[in-house]
Ligand binder design. Structure first.
Ligand SMILES: NC(=O)c1ccc[n+]([C@@H]2O[C@H](COP(=O)([O-])OP(=O)(O)OC[C@H]3O[C@@H](n4cnc5c(N)ncnc54)[C@H](OP(=O)(O)O)[C@@H]3O)[C@@H](O)[C@H]2O)c1
Length: 326
């Protein structure tokens, strides 16, 4: 594993982090989830990314992570980073969703209980809800740090127009925004417009989610939609109609370039994100140890020639490939 300082902070993140959004819930195979976490850990992945609502059922990824930690890694707490988030729909009524102080503080307390942790290393506002004043949400994050429930804070998916305000409020309170979490992949490049640069200018690290476009930037869909895939499972997050012939054809062409570089397609897709020095880490998802292991080997070749990059750009120039979604 390689580690990188997160923005202007003294905290190093692994260049590849593991996300527990899918495949770690109570509906999933617990032994498989355990094997993936242990494989990640044994290969230097010190950062595990959670949120209150990860499952299904919501909350169960945190519960399972807590169990795995207790059973296998309890003595290693100080060697790892665990992040969680609040802001998406979690419990009934007006306080279980959104970015209010009420939601963030209650949610953080619940997440600590589920994971069995005393504190999170990073706690995020998962999203801007379109209503709550940014001042209120940022103050909740600041107070979570002051209460000892998190060491650092981050924002996720905030519109570029609000990013600066978040960074300013947090900096003024001496709880700087450690990290900004956004979708970024070859098939979702919207953050290249300004989001990455605004974060960099403010000394915030940048961590990318869905770096493999939920599996589209792997070999998974090259021969149709497999039964065991995220698209086939109809979770609503990667829909069958998003597995378009254009994206599959682009993935096939990108795979050829990856092979010339001595890599698999997912390895090249991850390396391509990490080529930008402003990026701290990519959060990969996986449904098996084999996938995860494949992805971790992205670090074997992070260098791109000008020709590689030009060939990739040529494939990605079709706007129909872009997903622009979170
Ligand atoms: N802040 C936010 O709002 C937000 C939103 C989304 C995600 N996230 C974070 O980002 C993490 C990663 O998101 P993601 O799961 O969408 O990431 P991703 O890495 O783009 O997609 C992961 C999926 O791709 C497939 N895959 C991965 N490696 C593969 C390989 N080597 N070969 C074939 N298929 C492979 C698997 O699909 P199958 O399951 O079909 O096998 C896997 O579940 C999440 O767990 C979460 O922590 C944050």
């Amino acid at each position: 594993m390689e580690y990188k300082f997160c923005g202007n902070s003294g905290l190093q993140l692994p260049k590849i982090s593991l996300g527990l959004w899918h495949n770690f819930g109570s509906v999933d195979n617990f032994e498989n989830a355990t094997a993936m976490i242990l494989h990640a850990w044994e290969n230097g992945v010190t950062h595990f990314d959670l949120a209150n609502n990860y499952g299904p059922v919501p909350g169960s990824a945190e519960t399972n992570f807590g169990k795995i930690l207790k059973n296998h890694l309890a003595s290693h707490r100080d060697e790892m980073l665990v992040s969680s988030k609040a802001g998406h729909d979690m419990w009934p009524g007006p306080y279980g969703d959104g970015s209010s102080r009420k939601n963030l503080i209650a949610s953080c307390n619940q997440s600590l209980k589920r994971t069995g942790l005393e504190y999170f290393d990073i706690f995020y506002s998962h999203r801007y809800d379109g209503v709550t004043p940014v001042e209120e949400t940022m103050q909740a994050l600041i107070d979570i740090v002051h209460q000892g429930k998190a060491l650092y804070v981050g924002i996720s998916k905030y519109p570029p127009a609000l990013q600066q305000k978040c960074y300013d409020i947090l900096a003024e309170a001496h709880v700087p925004c450690l990290i900004s979490q956004y979708p970024y992949s070859m098939f979702n490049r919207i953050v290249e417009t300004d989001t990455i640069e605004i974060a960099a200018k403010n000394g915030s690290g940048f961590i990318c989610f869905s770096p493999l476009a939920q599996g589209l930037l792997t070999e998974k869909y090259l021969k149709g939609i497999p039964q065991d895939s995220r698209a086939a499972k109809s979770t609503g997050f990667l829909q069958v109609n998003e597995v378009t012939p254009e994206r599959v054809e682009a993935a096939r062409k990108l795979k050829d370039i990856a092979e010339q570089r001595g890599q698999t397609l997912p390895q090249m897709a991850l390396a391509w994100i990490l080529r930008d020095n402003r990026i701290t880490s990519v959060i990969v998802g996986a449904s098996s140890v084999k996938q995860l292991d494949n992805n971790l080997h992205a670090l074997d070749n992070l260098t791109f020639t000008t020709e590689d990059l030009a060939e990739i750009e040529d494939i990605l120039k079709d706007p129909a490939l872009q997903m622009y979604k979170v």
